[in-house]
Write a protein of this length. Sequence first.
Length: 697
Amino acid sequence: MPPSEFGMPQSVDPPPVEQGVFRSLFVAYPDALLLVDQAGSIVMANHAAASLLGYQPGEMGGLPVDALVPDSIRPRHAAYRHAYGQAPRTRPMGTQMELVARRKDGSEVMVEIALSPLQGHRVPLVVAAIRDVAGYPRVKQALQRARYAEHLAQLGRLAVDTREPQEFLDQVPRIAREALEVDAAVVYLLDPGRTEFRIVGGAGDLALDVVGEILGNRPDTLPGLVLAECRAVRSASVKAERRFGVLQRFIDAGIESVVAVPLLDRGRVFGALGVMSTRSARFGDDETRFLESLANLLASSLQRSQTEEALSHSQRLESVGQLTGGIAHDFNNLLMVIQGNLQCLEETAGVRGDLQALQFADAALRATGRAAELTSKLLAFSRRQVLQPATVDVGSMLNSLADMLRRTVDQHIRIDVQMSDAGLMVIADPGQLESALLNIAINARDAMPHGGVLRFEGHPGPASDGESPDGVEPAHAATGAFVRIAVSDTGCGMSEEVRERAFEPFFTTKELGRGTGLGLSAVYGFVKQSKGSIAIRSSPGAGSTIAMLLPRALERQESPTQGDAASMALPSRLHVLLVEDDVEVRTVIRAHLESLGCVVHAAASAEQALEALQAGAKVDVLLTDIALGAGMRGTVLAAAVQQRFGGVRIVLMSGYSSELIEADQHSPSRWELLPKPCTRQELSAAIARALSNDTPD
C-alpha cells in the first residue's frame, strides 16, 4: 500500500492526536523529524528531513533508519538502537555527542539527534529530531579551521619531501585557492635589487595569466603596500580602495576583495602571497592567519633551498680549490726548473753574445712569469696563498687607486669614491687587497665600453640589499665588526647564470684571448682566506656591484718590516745546506746559489742533511723544501737543526702555499718563507732577510 504524503504507510494507525494539528506541527517544525517504529523502519518523515537527507517528499516512508547511518558505524548503530529500545528515554537536543548522517547520494552531513519515545500507544514509536549543525557559526568556524590545518599539513609534507623551490611556488597558491575557495592566488617575489616584484606563481585562470608579469615596489600596488607596511594588507572592496590598485584584468574579471601577506626573511619582506575573490568582504582574521601560516612555510622553504644552493655552490668551489691547489704545486716545480735553466742559459758565453738567443730566452722567461702569476691566482682561489695581514686605511687605498685609474682608463668613464667614515680600517694583506680591487675595477671598465661611472665605496656593516653573498655572511657582520668595500659600475650587468658562475676559475664572458677567468676567482679566494665574504648584485642592463666584507681593524697594525734585506748582497762564500728531493729543482737552485758566490752542500733528504751536519759540514743557512718525499719534513728538519746548531739560519721553500701558510702559523717568525717558483733575485733576498734577523734562540 503506498505511503501518505508524510511517508507513513496507510495501514499504520497514527498516534491518537488530532490529525489536523498533528500534521500542521509535523510540516511546520524547522528541524528534521522522523517517526521510527520498534523494527527500525521510518514511519513518517517531514519535509525538513527529506530536504536535509536528500530525498523527495514522501520517499522516506518504510525506509530502514540504518540507511541513514554511514557504513563505517552501521554495526555499532544497530547495537545502540537495540539497547535504546530496551530502555527508551528522552534525549534532549544538544546533550549528546555530534553524529554524522548519510544522505541519499552517499555524502555525509554532521548532525545532532534528539530522541523522544512516544509512550502509551498501540505501536511503540520514537521521534528523532535531527539538526544540521554544520550551519552553526561556531561549528562552521571549527570545520573551516580544521580544513585549514589539513591544508597546512599537506604543505608541511611537501616541504619534507621536496627540495625544488619552483614546486613550492606552484603548490602554495593552489593550496591557498582550494582551502579558501577563492578565485585567484598569486606569489610575488622581489628582485635582488628590491626595485620590482615579479609574479612567480599562481592558481586559477586569472592568476595563471599574469605569471611572469612585473610590478613596481611602490606602495600604490598591493605587494608594494605589503613591503612598505611589512604586514598583511586586506581590502573588502577593491573598487572603493584608495591605498593601492590591482591589475586591471582582475578588476575586469569582477574581483571584489583581496588580502596579501608578506614573505619574510629575518624580518625583511622579500615577497608576498595574495588571494582574491569576486565576493566583497570575503576575508576575515581566520583567512588572514591561514594565509600567513602558508606564507611562513613558503618563506622557510625558499630560505632553506637558497641556503642549500649556497652550500652546494661553496662545496663545489671548495672541491675545485683543492684540485687547483694540487695542480699549482706540481706546475710550480716545473716552472722552477724552466725558469732557473733559462736564467742560467742567459748567462752562458754562447748566449750572452747572441742578441737573438737572448731575446728568445727573455721571451721564455716572461712567459714563465705569466705562468707563475696564473698559478698564484689558482692558489689564491683555493685559499692557499701566503698572506701578510696588516691594518689598511680603506679611504687612502681607494683614493690612491682611483687617482691611478683616472690617469689610465678611458676618459668617458667617471671615477667616484664614497667613504662614510674617515680613517676606516680593515685587517688584510695590503698588496692582495689592492690587487683584488684592481681586478674588479678592470672588469667594471670592460663592462662600460661606451663610458659610465665607476664607483668605489667604503662603509661599516654588512652587504647591502640585493647582494647575494657567496654563502653565509661572516659572524657578527651586522655588528660593525666588518667593513663593506664595494666597486660598482653602470655597465651591461650580468645575467643570473653568469652571476652564479662569476667566481668559478676559468669562467669568463670575454672574447678569446682577453681574459683567463681567474680574476674574480682570485678575489674570492683572497676574501675568504681573509675571513671575509663577497657578494654580487647585478642584472642585465643595470650594472654590477661587487662588495667585499673584510674584518674591521680597531687598532693599527703595521705590516712586517723587510728593511733593505732584499737589496743586500750575500756574504762571500756563504755556506748553504740545500735540501730538495726533486733532482732537477735541486740542480737549478744549486746553480743559482753558486752564481751568488755561495758554497753549497746539497742533500736529497732530511736524513742526508743531518748526516752532513753531524759529520762536521760548515753551514750558515739551511735552505730546505718543506715536502721531502716519504722522509722527514723540512719543518721537522729545521727544528732539529735549530736545536742542535743554533747559529744556522732557516729558509723554508715550497710550491704548496698551504705548507707555507702552516709553517708561517707554527714556526718561529725568524724563519723565512720562500714560495716556488722563485728567481735568483728572490732567492738571494730571502737568504739576506734570514741573515738580517736577530740571532735565533
